[in-house]
Design a protein around this ligand. Structure first.
Ligand code: C2E
Ligand code: MG
Ligand code: MG
Ligand code: MG
Length: 288
């Protein structure tokens, strides 16, 4: 009996494994075919300052596959990475985001121009052509490097620190700024990041999610914000969904927010229309 059961469990496991491998292959094949077509686009999620002004936005990739439907980035980015297709994909999405930004957001003659943030996976950051790719994309679109920020996770810069530092310095010299994404989920310390030319720390949204359940989370966020400011970093809180969270962040001294409380990732035209309104009402009466 046990042996029978053992066998069928194994077969079931094997079948599931097989079908998950199949599913992954299908995804990979469809992803490869999608490159260079019209299946990818970017949405833009605003970053809001203390007074409720939009100071920039983050480009977030979307894949609408005619065969498979809408696939979220958490599903296709890992496949893109393991297949190496993240490199051509990254070039495509960067070009696209820069062009859309030029067309809709940079056109107006404001004083403080909003900054576009683009995500780079550790695999992209580690690629030898990275700096050249960024340079080329900026030149091709005539994009002001000072208006581009790259979001890289801790693992992206901690893998080969000497190489990472060299790249970050080159990007910095070009005028491009760097943010550390999902900070607090990896193993790096702010002290270590201080050695790199990084301007901004983005606190991972999991800390905010746990705020109500765990005193430790609030202690950690407070510590990250305080220490980051002492070290000269800007701090962005991602995943701000409730007024309670916003109030907590304001008290903790965090000045830049991003999350559903303000807006979900938006089509570029929607984002552009937000600039005409200028302020988010929840922050309109906030202290300066
Ligand atoms: P991320 O860069 O940390 O982006 C934040 C994610 O949180 C986004 O998910 C965003 O839509 C979501 N989010 C924003 N506000 C809230 C909120 O208030 N509550 C909650 N629960 N979620 C919120 P998304 O768009 O699904 O992207 C997931 C991840 O995929 C990104 O995490 C990033 O690591 C990666 N990704 C997205 N676009 C690109 C891209 O163009 N290139 C690369 N390499 N990675 C990308
Ligand atoms: Mg990001
Ligand atoms: Mg993040
Ligand atoms: Mg993330």
């Amino acid at each position: 009996m046990a042996k029978e059961r053992g066998k069928s469990t194994y077969q079931m496991y094997n079948r599931r494994l097989h079908s998950s491998i199949q599913a992954r292959r299908t995804l990979e094949r469809q992803f490869e075919q999608a490159l260079g077509g019209n299946e990818f686009h970017a949405l833009f999620q605003p970053k809001v300052d203390r007074k409720g002004r939009i100071i920039g936005a983050e480009a977030l990739a979307r894949w609408n596959s005619p065969e498979l439907g809408q696939i979220p980035p958490d599903q296709f980015i890992p496949v893109a990475e393991s297949s190496g297709l993240i490199i051509p994909f990254g070039r495509e999405i960067l070009d696209l985001a820069l062009r859309e930004w030029q067309r809709c957001v940079c056109a107006g003659e404001g004083e403080e121009k909003p900054v576009l943030a683009v995500n780079l996976s550790p695999f992209q950051f580690g690629h030898p052509d990275l700096v050249r790719d960024i340079q080329r994309a900026l030149e091709k679109t005539g994009f002001d490097p000072a208006l581009l920020e790259l979001e890289i996770t801790e693992t992206g810069i901690m893998r080969d620190q000497d190489e990472a530092e060299k790249k970050l310095l080159q990007l910095n010299e070009m005028g491009v700024s760097i943010a550390i994404d999902d900070f607090g989920t990896g193993y790096s310390s702010l002290k270590k990041i201080k050695d790199f030319p990084v301007g901004t720390i983005k606190i991972d949204k999991s800390f905010l999610e746990n705020l109500n359940f765990s005193r430790k989370s609030s202690t950690i966020i407070n510590a990250i914000i305080g220490l980051s400011h002492d070290l000269g970093f800007s701090v962005v809180a991602e995943g701000v969904e409730t007024l309670d969270q916003l109030e907590f962040l304001q008290e903790a001294g965090c000045n830049i927010y991003q999350g559903y409380l303000f807006d979900k990732p938006l089509a570029i035209e929607e984002l552009a229309s937000r600039f005409t309104v200028r302020y988010y009402p929840v922050l309109l009466n906030a202290g300066s």
